[in-house]
Design a protein around this ligand. Structure first.
Ligand code: PNW
Length: 505
């Protein structure tokens, strides 16, 4: 299994910030602008449960999580946090933590059970999100709403394989988006089309570790499918962004964009030009793939064209015009970021399914230095300096205000007591907020807000209930929620850090 493919598997290493490898990371509690917003993030499939309740249709995740043999650690999210039935309590919980914003996603198959443009709307599903939004607004919490967080309606996958059919998907996604804008847009002022198109493309259509699980072993075409999937996401995003700007924004006055994830990459050997180039190329393959068409209205980066050749789709003239028109409508850059890795240039020619720009990733550099202490997940290491550098890289390339739409980690202890006194996580948050402060005040990057991943422990996709990312503990037997100390840490740190610290960018 490649390093990327194994990232949803839990690691059992115990972290030590003062490790013998020289990590001595101390939280400085640096200031943040007075108008900096903070909140929590979730995704529908990971927290809602109510899998078949009130007319919800099946999504590709309902199918994937029930495959036999299991590809999700034997676990599914039929119930998970049961947020669908406990939503009022969860809103009160957030209010008690003084959050400014809540980022959540709408389950497409809850509002259009069969997903298609001519399929009926499920009013009970609409009512659920209406109540959620109303309760948030009543508590002065701003909703940030993601239209697509990985849970395509199963029916559109059965009909035309969802993202693999650009025209069909785009048409169905346009109708779904219009429905959401018209029903929820009077109160939702920040929209996100897609969460992490990189992960949708690579993990779901190359490594096969996420639904619908397409991979070489399953006999699908891993050389071209991921790039077609990415293309569909870019074109559908642009179409929906334009629809919002033309049909809804004049009366609703909201903003729309996309959320891109990405590690930062450091060269494996900082003295080797090939590795310095490899680190930059890896960022371009991860982020530029989507960022250049979406935010600059340009073709895929030249590096990708030269490495991937005919595997990378061409934009049709209509698509080219569309992405050019839509690019300037995006109001912010939604950034999901967790960790940093080293990139090493491979000496041999790329594999026929290479998706990295022919580089190898690792957590240890040429001198044996680790990038940072490991969290409860092997791929997620604490490396706040990389976060600062990524903020700078993104700002320089796209020059859009950044909202950190996800950041967090699973602690190394899962025992109830230790999990609630989650020092590892508190320190991670403290360090990553320091990195934002450096980026704002020293590097001149515009960062508007921060959402911790996640509000509560939830279903971590193919890793099931193993890794706990929540700032609130969930007992999956009783479904009782207990705030961890990191929740209070975030509440208090935003209270104190934001005092009288004017934004000077
Ligand atoms: C995100 N990476 O996924 C998702 O948006 C969440 O739903 C998920 O629970 C969370 O992060 C934690 O995993 C990611 O490889 C998957 O950098 C992979 C990466 C980052 C985020």
């Amino acid at each position: 299994m490649s390093q990327e493919a194994s990232m949803f598997a839990a690691a059992s290493v115990v972290a030590n910030y003062n490790s013998p490898t020289g990590h001595d990371l101390l939280v400085e509690e640096l200031p943040l602008p007075a108008d900096f917003a903070w909140g929590t993030a979730t995704a529908a499939y990971q927290i809602e449960g109510g899998a078949t309740q009130d007319g919800k249709g099946m999504s590709i995740w309902d199918t994937y999580a029930h495959l036999k043999p299991s590809r999700t650690n034997g676990e599914n999210a039929d119930i998970t946090c049961d947020h669908y039935n406990r939503m009022p309590e969860d809103v009160e919980l957030m209010a008690s933590l003084d959050v400014d914003v809540y980022r959540f996603s709408i389950a497409w198959s809850r509002v259009v059970p069969l997903g298609g443009r001519n399929d009926p709307v499920n009013e009970k599903g609409i009512a659920f999100y209406n109540e959620l939004i109303d309760r948030l607004v009543a508590r002065n919490i701003e909703p940030v709403v993601t239209l697509y967080h990985w849970d395509a309606p199963q029916a559109i996958y059965d009909r035309y394989e969802a993202f693999l059919n650009t025209e069909e998907f785009r048409a169905d996604f346009e109708r779904y988006a219009r429905l959401c804008f018209s029903r929820f847009g009077s109160r939702v002022k920040k929209w996100v089309t897609f969460n992490e198109p990189y992960i949708i493309s690579i993990f779901a259509h190359l490594n096969g570790t996420l639904a619908p699980g397409r991979c070489r072993e399953a006999g699908t075409d891993v050389k071209t499918e991921p790039w077609r999937v990415g293309h569909t996401a870019i074109v559908s995003h642009a179409a929906v962004v334009e629809i919002y700007a033309e049909e809804f924004r004049p009366s609703q006055h909201g903003e729309i964009s996309i959320v891109l994830n990405g590690h930062f990459y450091e060269p494996y050997d900082a003295n080797k030009q090939a590795d310095i180039d490899a680190a930059e190329r890896r960022l371009i393959f991860y982020i530029g793939w989507f960022g250049d068409p979406v935010f600059l209205g340009k073709d895929y980066p030249a590096e990708m064209r030269s490495y991937l050749g005919a595997r990378l789709p061409e934009f049709t003239p209509e698509e080219r015009n569309l992405i050019r028109r839509a690019a300037h409508i995006n109001a912010f850059y939604g950034m999901n970021h967790y960790s940093t890795k080293y990139a090493r240039a491979l000496p041999r020619p790329p594999a026929d399914d290479d998706w990295t720009g022919n580089i190898e990733e690792s957590s240890v550099d040429s001198e044996g230095k680790e990038i940072g202490p490991v969290s409860g997940l092997g791929w997620l290491r604490v490396a706040p300096e990389g976060f600062r550098k990524l903020l700078k890289w993104v700002w320089k390339r796209y020059h859009l205000p950044i909202i950190v739409t996800e950041n967090g980690c699973p602690s190394t202890d899962t025992e109830m007591e230790k999990a609630v006194d989650d020092k590892f996580r508190q320190r991670y948050f403290g360090l990553y907020l320091d990195a934002i402060s450096h980026a704002i005040y020293e590097d001149g990057v515009k960062v508007l807000g921060y959402c911790a991943w996640s509000l509560m422990d939830n279903y971590e996709w193919s890793a099931g209930y193993g890794p706990r990312f929540g700032i609130v503990h969930v007992d999956f037997e009783s479904l009782k929620r207990t705030p961890k100390n990191s929740a209070y840490y975030l509440r208090d740190t935003f209270k104190s850090r934001r005092k009288a610290s004017p934004r000077d960018v």
